[in-house]
Design a protein around this ligand. Structure first.
Ligand SMILES: Nc1ncnc2c1ncn2[C@@H]1O[C@H](COP(=O)(O)OP(=O)(O)OP(=O)(O)O)[C@@H](O)[C@H]1O
Length: 251
């Protein structure tokens, strides 16, 4: 299914203040893959994700989503395919009620009436936020906002789900719920996270960014067992690989 491939070729991004956030990033992600993008603070993870549906424009290089190169002309099509959950839920929620926020995308696609209601409720139920439907987003707690932000994207039924730090601010129960939800999602998943146990649990493949470059790209377990690589990229092994006396340790 070529229409779900994400291909990034020689991507470079320089911010207007002269900061080079991405230097020469290339990779290909195929349909159904679950891929983590990890790296220390400032490695370029958010900058990279924001290119995947055109929120940032490359300084140079190319992005292809399925059969379409990402250009101004293909942007509407690509935004229907790639659902993006931002790092800050406040960047995603801007309507007076949770219902309106979750309905915004499907409404723009032409859904109305009972079909729209069903779509909104279903998306909220999937993230355990059905009870918040009438609330004002700015009254929600941080974790509730995050769940609703994810629902705004699920309501669009994207083929590719892109999430920036999805477990940030979630309590342990909600974190586990979210992991279960992401496991259920059968299409392509790409996300950044400092929650390396979640990465190990959810992603067969991990891309490590360092100073705006791909430093490693391969099977997640292999990456987490490469101590030199982790040290060089200022990363730590997931707790479950540290023989942690509290969590029992997998290895
Ligand atoms: N709008 C901006 N203008 C200038 N520089 C920026 C801007 N946004 C990010 N940067 C810089 O680009 C680099 C990469 O930032 P980015 O947010 O992509 O990193 P990150 O890997 O997502 O970090 P974190 O783990 O802290 O979220 C950093 O040096 C950052 O200071």
């Amino acid at each position: 299914m070529s229409h779900h491939i994400v291909a990034v070729k020689n991507l470079r991004h320089v911010y207007p203040d002269g900061t080079t956030a991405l230097r020469d990033v290339s990779f290909r992600i195929h349909h159904g893959e679950s891929v983590a993008i990890i790296g220390a603070n400032g490695a370029g993870k958010s900058t990279l994700l924001l290119h995947l549906n055109g929120y940032l424009v490359p300084t140079s290089g190319e992005i292809q989503i399925g059969d379409f190169p990402l250009t101004k002309g293909t942007l509407p099509q690509i935004r229907r395919t790639v659902g993006m959950v931002f790092q800050e839920p406040d960047d995603q929620l801007f309507m007076p009620t949770v219902y309106d926020d979750v309905a915004f995308g499907p409404l723009n696609l032409g859904l109305t009436g009972d079909d729209l209601d069903r779509c909104v409720i279903e998306a909220l139920e999937r993230v355990g936020a059905r009870h918040l439907v009438e609330k004002a987003p700015y009254h929600l707690s941080g974790g509730e906002k995050r769940r609703v932000a994810i629902a705004t994207v699920l309501s669009m039924s994207p083929d590719i789900l892109v999430l920036d730090e999805p477990t940030n601010g979630l309590d342990p129960y909600s974190r586990r719920q979210l992991i279960a939800l992401l496991k259920e999602f059968r299409h392509t998943r790409i996300f950044t996270s400092h929650d390396l146990d979640m990465v190990l649990d959810l992603c067969e493949r991990t891309i490590v960014l360092k100073d705006g470059e791909v430093r490693a790209d391969g099977p997640t377990l292999e990456i987490f067992q490469d101590e030199e690589l982790l040290e060089e990229c200022r990363l730590e092994k997931p707790l479950s690989l540290q023989g942690c006396p509290v969590c029992g340790g997998r290895r």
